[in-house]
Design a protein. Structure first.
Length: 278
């Protein structure tokens, strides 16, 4: 990305990686045009990262931005740099719902996935609350020590590597949203967090006799097994599990596919044969 000779006043090249106006850096993929000027009314520096990658279009976009500011008709947008952790989570949740002010950046995710992301991000916020005032703490105020404390807490709460990694990925996505969508001039403190190794074992293959022994064990056991120290009762063996195991065996589907089956998934195939649609 280059500026022509005698470029338009206020148009700069900004590097999101260097986090400064820097036309000489080599981070081509991280460079954008930026409009900068001093507001003659307030005397404050105003700037905006421009969407266009073409210089001529960026100039038009920059001129329009300055005109709206000076005429007092620029849309009122909250100063995102002043948002605290809690406010940032609200903006992230709205973004995942598709309720963003940026029409071209609307995100579509399932409600289940959105709730999971917010759940893990909220878990991090609760960890910060033990040592910080979240009303005053900004996303950019998070330091390595804060991440380290949460990392150790996470190892205890989610010992399984797959879930552990999912939490870190969720919070990394949260910071990626703040940096790339909200364009905050901050670093992602979770970017270099070490993930846990997920071990993959060999598939367990049962013989017919082994499968029948499992069925017999389920049928011979009482549903009530034991009570935990916290008072919770575990009902490990249920009579319906025999049919559930057989259903898994005969269908051969994935766990999620079989558990989500409905009566309406039973359809009549050729020659009147009833089949399951997965």
């Amino acid at each position: 990305m280059k500026l022509p000779n005698n470029s338009h006043s206020g148009i700069k090249i900004y590097c999101k990686k260097c986090r400064q106006n820097n036309k000489s850096c080599r981070h081509i993929d991280h460079q954008v045009f930026r409009m900068c000027f001093i507001d003659r009314v307030t005397g404050k520096h105003r700037s905006k990262l421009l969407k266009s990658k073409v210089y001529a279009d960026a100039v038009i976009e920059g001129i329009e931005f300055r005109r709206r500011i000076e005429n007092g008709v620029e849309e009122t947008v909250p100063d995102r740099m002043k948002m605290n952790i809690a406010e940032a989570l609200v903006y992230f949740d709205q973004y995942l719902k598709g309720e963003t002010q940026y029409a071209h950046l609307k995100k579509e995710v399932s409600d289940k996935h959105r709730k999971e992301l917010i759940k893990y991000c909220t878990l991090f916020a609760k960890s910060l609350k033990n040592n910080h005032n979240l009303r005053k703490m900004k996303p950019g105020d998070v330091r390595n020590n804060d991440v380290s404390i949460f990392y150790r807490q996470l190892e205890i709460k989610y010992p399984h590597p797959k879930t552990f990694n999912k939490v870190l990925t969720s919070i990394t996505s949260f910071y990626k949203f703040l940096i790339e969508i909200e364009e905050l001039d901050i670093k992602n403190p979770f970017k270099n967090c070490i993930r846990k190794q997920v071990l993959t074992g060999d598939n367990l293959i049962l013989t017919k006799d082994e499968f029948e022994k499992i069925i017999a064990a389920v049928e011979s056991k009482s549903s009530f097994q034991h009570t935990r120290t916290n008072g919770r009762r575990d009902y490990v063996y249920e009579t319906w599990m025999v049919n559930a195991f057989k259903l898994f065996l005969f269908i051969g589907g994935r766990r999620e596919e079989v558990l989500s089956l409905k009566w309406s998934d039973i359809i009549q195939g050729n020659n009147g044969v009833l089949v399951l649609s997965i």
